[in-house]
Design a binder for this molecule. Structure first.
Ligand code: GAR
Length: 201
């Protein structure tokens, strides 16, 4: 499957799916294109190092509809079939989501449906949760609300900080994101409403 990636920053999850592809752990995945919504993000360096074409669509210079249309234009040109949001910190329009219905995968640093949104670690600690983790899910029109493919948990220590929790969870994100991507690309995911079952090998 031809995979397009959208990222807004450091891109360590982008790197995780690149590495999994290089290690041949994701035989149905071919990463074809990166789109970032800001210039000078580190994800671009990762694309360059791995010879993956990238485009910058500066989201500060246009509205949501214009941004999404430009992203679709780029992905269509490359015949992208599956999209990964790898630390992509923007909401996509219903137009975009319906265009790629059940074909967009997101990684989120909490155990959804708890703590959706842009400040998952802060919200988790503020709430006093004792465990957290990450969720790989299909994107629907809501915020971090789509069908869950995989989750992984971590324990929260007494002296946990946003930084330490983020570092701890990231290790798990890098494991479940490539796995969920391979499941999606290999057609192993069966959706019944918002419930995901995984076809056995
Ligand atoms: C990751 O922790 C990802 O789960 C989170 O942003 C970080 C990006 O890191 N995404 C969200 O919070 C989406 N709501 P990365 O750029 O190193 O992959």
């Amino acid at each position: 499957m031809k995979v397009g990636v959208m990222a807004s920053g450091r891109g360590s999850n982008f790197q995780a799916i690149i590495d999994a592809e290089l290690r041949k752990e994701t035989p149905d995945v071919e990463i074809i294109q990166l789109i970032v919504n800001k210039p000078e993000v580190y994800a671009i360096e990762r694309a360059k190092k791995n010879n993956i074409p990238y485009e910058i669509i500066d989201s500060s210079k246009m509205n949501r509809e214009e941004f999404d249309k430009e992203a679709i234009r780029i992905f269509e040109k490359k015949e992208i079939q599956i999209i990964v949001l790898a630390g992509f910190m923007r909401i996509l329009s219903p137009f975009f989501i319906n265009k790629y219905k059940n074909k967009i995968l997101n990684i989120h640093p909490s155990l959804l449906p708890a703590f959706p949104g842009a400040h998952a670690h802060r919200d988790t600690l503020k709430y006093g949760a004792k465990i957290s983790g990450c969720t790989a899910h299909i994107v629907d029109e809501g915020i971090d609300s789509g069908p869950i493919i995989l989750q992984s948990t971590v324990e929260i220590d007494r002296d946990e900080t946003e930084d330490s929790l983020s570092t701890k969870i990231l290790v798990h994100e890098h494991k479940i994101l490539p796995k969920a991507l391979q499941l999606l690309c290999s057609g192993k995911i069966v959706l019944d409403g918002r419930k995901v079952t995984i076809k056995p090998d």
